[in-house]
Write a protein that binds this ligand. Structure first.
Ligand code: ZN
Length: 140
């Protein structure tokens, strides 16, 4: 466990037509925030999500080619290979009231999005390859 102090929190409106995970990362990056947490609500024009296959150690990607509500998008900001990296999961609300979700990938287009973020102060977390899971995880 790592303890952090929430240095500052903020709200941001993300731009129509931008890529969701890239836009989230860029808000933190452009404000030189290297560690943080976030949540977002809004809607997307389409989405690209993934499910991690724990046996085969690979992501199974899925395209959702229809508009959806962002019921919840939560994640964190840390460092991966020297770059600011955003990790997010998303729950989407479909027109028929059902929901879909998974690991958020590039290729998800914002219709409208309101982001709430917090900058964290403390030891910088960096992602490293983890042999057991095959994922890029924080070292513990
Ligand atoms: Zn994930």
């Amino acid at each position: 466990m790592w303890l952090y102090k929430a240095e500052k929190t903020f709200l941001a409106r993300l731009k129509h037509g931008d890529d969701l995970i890239t836009a989230i990362r860029d808000v933190f990056k452009s404000n030189e925030i290297k560690m943080g947490v976030f949540m977002a609500i809004g809607a997307v024009k389409n989405a690209r999500i993934a499910f991690y296959d724990q046996q085969r150690h690979l992501y199974i990607e899925k395209d959702i080619d229809e508009p959806a509500e962002i019921l919840s998008c939560v994640g964190n900001i840390s460092e991966k290979e020297g770059e600011t990296f955003a990790h997010a999961h998303i729950t989407l609300g479909m027109a028929d009231g059902s929901s879909k979700g998974g690991h958020l990938l590039e290729g998800t287009t914002i219709f409208a999005c309101e982001l709430y973020g917090a900058a964290l102060e403390g030891e910088q977390l960096t992602r490293h390859f983890d042999d057991v899971t095959g994922l890029m995880l924080w070292k513990c």
